[in-house]
Design a binder for this molecule. Structure first.
Ligand SMILES: Nc1ncnc2c1ncn2[C@@H]1O[C@H](COP(=O)(O)OP(=O)(O)O)[C@@H](O)[C@H]1O
Ligand SMILES: [Mg+2]
Length: 508
């Protein structure tokens, strides 16, 4: 029999392979759905430098199977809102979004929010409701949507325009989905806690199906600078990208072309590079033959003198906010935070920031507690596959007087225009040599400082013990000495004790 061939849409692909996007089982699915919708809300508020105010409610609707239930998820934010003409596609068409730009965001695939809606649709057969206003007009738009999975297009079931009396700006996403909240609960709560840790300027309120209220309150309204869009760096360019740039460019010579479309390429660098790759500066880029484009791509990677990408397209938290976030959620006895200088892998800039917290509210589990973040997203699954886990595991901790049974939490945050996730489920970072090196260097830095603290601490403890021995035995020695020497008056030991104590106090 002859083979039959068919084409499927992007929606259809993810409908058939939802595990790829993290919707593996009812417990994981409800966690991922909440995470994706909340992340869209955080992106929407941060892009405008608005301190996020996010309200999440998960309510029970009905029993589904023996272990699973149907829930309604409601997420409301005070973000930028979405212009009505984009709402249907933004929520009803897979691989459609506003974040395919070269700058740091949480969303990267134009997928997450819609996958959650698609999952809700196939498990409950109900439409989603999206309500949004950009605050510029006095109107609020409300859409009832479903996804035409085979065609990868939104189906608008209903559309309403409401009057925006109070100048509200933001988005409300509501839909039903099947899930196992009881099993997912620990991860969901952990997700909020860690989100609060790396977004200390956000207010998060979560009402769970039992009506329990979890509130994470901001400790600051200072926010990191939003990232700026950047141009591709020469080291990260491939033939496809080069062809696209050539197709759209208005430049008529190679020097201008390189300067106009590539990150950190100026007149002089462009000239040097053209000489290096044997191209005449006046050549029209549109006249390049296919082989020349291939050659050019190879040379862009080989040329040593391109400046490294700058980090304005990134938005790390910064030491102050990282400190505020960790203190807020862990309240440790001692905390070091540090940020590395920007670095790159394959033409993508990245920054590693780290915190190491000791004692106080840090849970004592018998091993290091590792908090992993990428572009301010907590990564909660597959810890052992993550590059930071490996780096932490292979470090010689004894050198820093640190052992895993101490109450120690390590917070690793990687920001990049391209986070090297291993899956679209965004769970762990691939082991790229450049990133591993930066994490290792940063780890040594914070570990060294913690080591100093622990050494000092040990010293202080020893002193304290010494003083307590003195103050316990000195009075008795004085008393016995007086008896032995047949003196009536017991010598005053207070002075002696004080001098020892003073030394101890200074140490502390
Ligand atoms: N709460 C929101 N506020 C504003 N815009 C949003 C919100 N949620 C989603 N969007 C828009 O919808 C697009 C698609 O979202 P999503 O499917 O999660 O993909 P991604 O976040 O990867 O772009 C986003 O790029 C964004 O433009
Ligand atoms: Mg998203």
């Amino acid at each position: 029999m002859a083979q039959t061939f068919e084409e499927i849409s992007a929606s259809d692909f993810f409908y058939r392979n939802r595990d790829i996007a993290g919707f593996t089982n009812p417990s994981r699915a409800i966690f991922v759905a909440i995470r994706e919708i909340v992340e869209n809300s955080l992106d929407a508020a941060e892009s405008q430098k608005i301190p996020p105010e996010i309200f999440i409610r998960l309510s029970f609707e009905s029993e589904a199977t023996k272990d699973t239930q149907i829930y309604k998820l409601h997420v409301e934010d005070n973000g930028c809102g979405i212009p009505p003409r984009f709402i249907p596609s933004a929520f009803g068409q897979i691989l459609y979004g506003s974040k395919y730009k070269l700058k740091q965001t949480r969303g990267t695939f134009g997928l997450g929010g819609k996958m959650s809606l698609l999952y809700g649709q196939v498990t409950t057969h109900q439409a989603a409701t999206i309500t949004s206003s950009t605050g510029d007009t006095n109107k609020i738009y409300q859409f009832k949507l479903m996804i035409d999975i085979q065609r990868n297009r939104p189906i608008i079931i209903d559309r309403k325009v409401l009057i925006n009396k109070d100048g509200w700006r933001g988005t409300i996403v509501e839909f039903s989905l099947e899930g196992d909240y009881l099993r997912a609960m620990p991860k969901i709560l952990e997700y909020f806690k860690q989100t609060a840790m790396v977004n200390p300027y956000a207010n998060l309120t979560f009402v769970d199906p039992k009506g329990r209220l979890y509130k994470f309150t901001r400790v600051t309204t200072i926010m990191p600078e939003p990232p700026k869009e950047t141009l591709p760096h020469p080291y990260g360019v491939d033939v496809e990208l080069l062809q696209r740039l050539i197709a759209i460019t208005e430049c008529t010579n190679m020097t201008d072309f390189l300067r106009r479309h590539f990150h950190r390429v100026g007149e002089i660098t462009a000239q040097k590079f053209l000489e290096f790759s044997g191209l005449t500066p006046s050549k029209n880029p549109k006249k390049l033959a296919h082989e020349e484009i291939v050659k050019l791509t190879q040379n862009l990677k080989k040329f040593k003198d391109f400046l490294p990408p700058d980090a304005s397209c990134l938005s790390p938290l910064g030491e102050e906010l990282l400190r505020a976030g960790i203190t807020k959620e862990l309240n440790p006895e001692y905390l070091v935070v540090h940020q590395r200088k920007p670095s790159t892998y394959g033409g993508h800039p990245f920054i590693v920031e780290m915190g190491i917290a000791y004692g106080g509210g840090v849970p004592k589990t018998g091993s290091f507690v590792i908090y992993r973040f990428a572009n301010r997203i907590p990564l909660l699954y597959d810890e052992a596959s993550d590059v930071s886990f490996r780096v932490i595991g292979s470090m010689n901790w004894r050198r820093y007087k640190v052992s895993p049974d101490m109450p120690i939490a390590i917070v690793v945050h990687l920001c990049s225009t391209k986070v090297p996730y291993k899956t679209v489920g965004k769970e762990f970072l691939a082991d790229r040599a450049e990133i591993r090196r930066e994490i290792a260097n940063e780890l040594r830095e914070v570990a060294r400082q913690l080591g100093h603290f622990l050494t000092r601490q040990e010293h202080v403890d020893r002193e304290k013990k010494r003083i307590s021995i003195f103050s316990k035995y000195l009075p008795r020695i004085a008393q016995f000495a007086a008896i032995l020497a047949q003196r009536e008056r017991i010598p005053d030991i207070e002075k002696l004790l004080k001098s020892v104590q003073k030394y101890g106090a200074e140490e502390e």
